[in-house]
Design a protein around this ligand. Structure first.
Ligand code: PHE
Ligand code: ZN
Length: 880
């Protein structure tokens, strides 16, 4: 079937499976080109299914070798097998077993779904529907089975053999060349959580005893020779396991927990039961090859996958429409863990930056969809910032709305009630309805309605009445397929800031809840606060209490006052961002950069005071304050008829002027924050490096000659990758020979380190200059690049597609380049290709000329024969 004709799968069509599979016995003989899979499935009719229904098993590019029912070979007239399905039209109306044999060619599997090889290691990826590439199965998350897996391989090729659960047997086979291992997972699970690994791997391990007293062997497996880089992942694992026991009362439930790093992986990592498989980018770390940012993401992703053991595995999803049930909740949990391990406000700021950059832009374009979509053609296209990050925001709002206590009891109830089941959002919310006593029906609209609401806020102080009235109004722009929008339940955490700090909040309005939260659940409402003897500045949406755009009628002077006086760190940061954003939106939309001089002066003055004051007490926060909104943030805020060159020019000018005005203090900061001792990835030193390097970046624009000198010295002196990378990034802002020399030096220093060279590729792909497209084309021929490896593609090609001015070149060459690569990549790896095509998601907000060029590039992709369902779906939705 041509991909464009793929059927739409709809939530309303859900019905339980007619058949269940209680146990699965797999016997897999690993071989590079001829892997033999024998499956024994114990089936029975589902009491909730249709009696007498046919049995239709899913397949994907499979060939059936043999089939037996209750151990008797099945008559060919009684079944039909295609690569996509195995059908028994009239199966027995009772429990029975099926033995199936299939043969796989893992070496030829370039899609990296199902069983494939990565640098010689056999591994699997089954979410969302890759298990059907291994054997015919009821490949849907509400069919949960107990798995026993026997793996056999040549010892020389695969000395390590891993699968889910606990190891129950392992031995050499007669002759001594081959061996086997049997793994049993007692916890029933959906097929998407199945995994196996076989290969030559080194590991580090550590015994762990859970709070409940279970002894667990933890291990992290990596490419031979890289065990020295696995320690941080293992350490992060131990810390997040303790945290989950302490904060959510969740203990681990098997005797082993294995993490395996592979170099070819479509996503970040995968939570397979007891056998998490990771993109090695999110495991390997040492000071020479991983940055502070890498250490932080490894910690977060190790935690994310581990936390899935309860939110995802013990309780899984009934169907893929419920994906946010596990993903949004698990992102929320990993964000909380990182906040507790590091600085909560800084983590929040970083998360909100990501949310705005990725999710707000998705919500504003043709790919917008609800946190719980109601229809899809290709589920792999719904592992999105909306499902993940906005999904986490919905959980965070729920906690604010019902309070910490009801939230905690609701989680406990969910774990107790839904354990071992494949659940829905409704079942999840019911738990919180019970513990809070609140009706959450209206709140649940957050799962159904796409688009980012805008909240408009205006306030008036009445000196005579000593009162302050705040008017709030909400609206949500239309999104594809959802022309009409309803008002949502928006928790607006707020404070009223006076001359010497927060003023008491007192109001008779029922909209004001405990903890200073106004719940905006109508199109508009007003709240009057009383007993105020001075005019307050409103600090709204504290801690970013809802994923909305806020339009505030507060002058820049007042915002700059909030930047110093607000007790809420997030809003201190936000105040400065808002001042810069407003000025940049004005200049970027009009092309008139005149007004920026004055604004640069005001911002520089505010920052100078800040840097001279207590700022350096929290360097990580100060680094966030120094970082202006990026050109893409400004483009998104402008929202229509965007000229990326004008936006970029405005951004450059503002950054340059602030950098020049602060050249002295920035250089002093850079000199003063130099770390003395050996490298540590801890939050403290990482924060100081962040501030120091942020200063260097601003200096590179404001005082390029001085910055170039400092940068080269920093590159030469650095004892860690973070400082070297920062030097490289700063240097890319300063065109000239010194830059090219540093780029070349970096490459020779890290030759043989693909993950580091990814950063090198990306730094070059992001250079905002006309020559970048040619540079990127040239780098595709560099030995550091390889089109078959998703990390390499994301670094170089994905980096270019994220380069606002160069991807959006006025001549359309950027679009043509990416479209051509998407078409080519699609033949080998549809998931990587379709993600790359997602780079076009903001094409409709561009000015006419670019919009037409982007549209024809998309149309060219859409018209290509033989597209995968993944790419066809993104192309069609982008153009709709
Ligand atoms: N479930 C994985 C996670 O979020 C992501 C993933 C999805 C990985 C699909 C591979 C394939 O943790
Ligand atoms: Zn996840």
């Amino acid at each position: 079937m041509p991909a464009e004709d793929a059927p739409m799968i709809r939530l309303e069509d859900y019905r339980p499976s007619d058949w269940l599979i209680d146990t699965v016995d797999l016997d897999i003989v690993l071989d590079a080109t001829k892997t033999r899979v024998r499956a024994l499935l114990k089936l029975r009719p589902n009491p909730h299914g249709r009696p007498g229904a046919p049995l239709v098993l899913d397949g994907d590019e499979l060939t059936l070798g043999s089939i037996a029912l209750d151990d008797v070979p099945l008559d060919p007239g009684l079944y039909s097998a295609t690569p996509q399905t195995l059908t028994l039209a009239s199966p027995p109306d009772r429990p029975f077993s099926l033995r199936l044999e299939t043969e796989l060619d893992p070496g030829a599997n370039t899609k990296l779904m199902g069983l494939y090889r990565s640098s010689g290691v056999y591994c699997t990826q089954c979410e969302a529907d890759g298990f059907r590439r291994i054997t015919y199965f009821l490949d849907r998350p509400d069919v949960m089975s107990v798995y026993t897996v026997r793996l056999e391989a040549a010892k020389a090729e695969a000395p390590v053999l891993l699968a889910n659960g606990n190891l129950v047997a392992a031995a050499e086979l007669p002759g001594g060349e081959r061996h086997f291992a049997v793994w049993h997972d007692p916890h029933p699970k959906p097929a998407y959580l199945f995994a196996l690994v076989g290969g030559k791997l080194d590991h580090v391990r550590q015994p762990y005893v859970t709070a409940e007293g279970r002894k667990v062997e933890l291990a992290v497996y990596v490419e031979p020779g890289k065990a020295g880089r696995a320690g941080w992942a293992l350490d992060s694992l131990v810390r997040c396991m303790r945290w989950d026991e302490r904060v959510f009362g969740r203990n681990y439930d098997l005797d082993v927990f294995n993490v395996v790093a592979v170099s070819d992986f479509n996503m970040g990592a995968m939570e397979n039961k007891g056998l998490n498989i990771f993109n090695d980018k999110y495991v390997l770390a040492d000071p020479q090859t991983a940055s502070d940012g890498d250490y932080a993401s490894i910690e977060a992703i190790i935690a994310h996958e581990y936390f899935h053991n309860w939110t995802g595995n013990r309780i899984t999803c009934r169907d893929w429409f419920q994906l946010c049930l596990k993903e949004g909740l698990t992102v929320f949990r990993d964000q909380e863990f990182s906040s507790d391990e590091r600085s909560r406000p800084v983590k929040r700021i970083a998360d909100v930056r990501t949310l705005r950059a990725t999710q707000f832009s998705e919500d504003a374009g043709p790919l917008a969809h609800p946190v719980r979509p109601r229809a899809y053609k290709e589920i792999n296209n719904f592992y999105t910032p909306t499902v993940y990050e906005k999904g986490a925001e919905v959980i965070r709002m729920l906690k604010v709305l019902i309070g910490d206590d009801a939230f905690e009891r609701g989680m406990d109830l969910y774990f107790e009630r839904c354990d071992g089941t494949a659940a829905t959002i409704e079942e999840f919310l019911d738990c919180f309805i019970e513990t809070s006593g609140q009706d959450l029906a209206h709140f649940a609209q957050w799962y159904e309605q796409a688009g980012t609401p805008t909240v408009v806020a205006a306030g008036r102080y009445d000196a005579a009445a000593k009162s302050y009235t705040l008017d709030l109004a909400q609206s949500t722009p239309r999104t594809p397929g959802q022309p009409q929008k309803v008002p949502l339940v928006i928790p607006v955490a707020l404070g009223l800031v006076g001359r010497s700090g927060d003023l008491p909040l007192s109001s008779i309005s029922p909209a004001l809840k405990a903890g200073g939260v106004v719940v905006l659940d109508q199109p508009s409402l007003s709240v009057t606060f009383t007993g105020l003897s001075e005019a307050p500045a409103p600090s709204l949406l504290r801690g970013f209490s809802a994923p909305v755009r806020l339009e505030l009628d507060l002058g820049d002077a007042e915002l700059l006052r909030l930047f110093t006086a607000d007790s809420d760190s997030f809003n201190r940061w936000q105040a400065l961002q808002t001042v810069a954003t407003r000025a940049l939106v004005r200049a970027g939309a009009s092309g008139d950069l005149g007004g920026l001089d004055a604004k640069a002066g005001e911002l520089a003055q505010a920052l100078e005071g800040f840097l001279a004051g207590p700022a350096t007490a929290d360097p990580a926060f100060a680094a966030q304050a120094l970082r202006l909104p990026g050109p893409a943030d400004i483009a998104r805020e402008i929202g229509k008829d965007v000229d990326p060159d004008a936006v970029f020019a405005a951004h450059r000018k503002l950054a340059r002027e602030i950098g020049a005005a602060l050249a002295g203090p920035l250089a002093a900061l850079h000199a003063g924050l130099r770390e003395a001792g050996p490298y540590s990835p801890a939050a403290g030193p990482a924060g100081r490096r962040a501030l120091r390097n942020e200063a260097l970046g601003l200096l590179a624009l404001g005082a390029p000659a001085e910055a170039s000198r400092l940068t080269q010295a920093q590159f030469a002196d650095a004892d860690n990758l973070t400082d070297r990378l920062a030097a490289l990034a700063a240097m890319t802002l300063i065109p000239g020979e010194a830059r090219e020399e540093l780029i070349a030096r970096f490459a020779s220093l890290y030759a043989g380190e693909p993950l580091v060279l990814d950063k090198w590729l990306m730094a070059q792909a992001l250079i905002p200059e006309d020559g970048t497209l040619d540079r990127v084309r040239g780098l595709m021929g560099h030995p550091a690049f390889s089109p078959g490896n998703p990390n390499r593609v994301r670094a170089l090609i994905g980096g270019f597609a994220a380069n606002l001015t160069q991807f959006n070149r006025a001549d359309g060459a950027g679009y043509g380049f990416i479209a051509g690569i998407v078409i080519e990549l699609d033949r080998a790896n549809p998931q990587v290709a379709s993600r790359l095509l997602g780079s076009f998601k903001s094409w409709r907000m561009l000015e006419d000329g670019r919009r037409e060029l982007a549209k024809s590039a998309l149309a060219m992709v859409a018209a290509t024969p033989g597209l995968s369902r993944d790419v066809a779906d993104i192309a069609a939705r982008s153009l709709a």
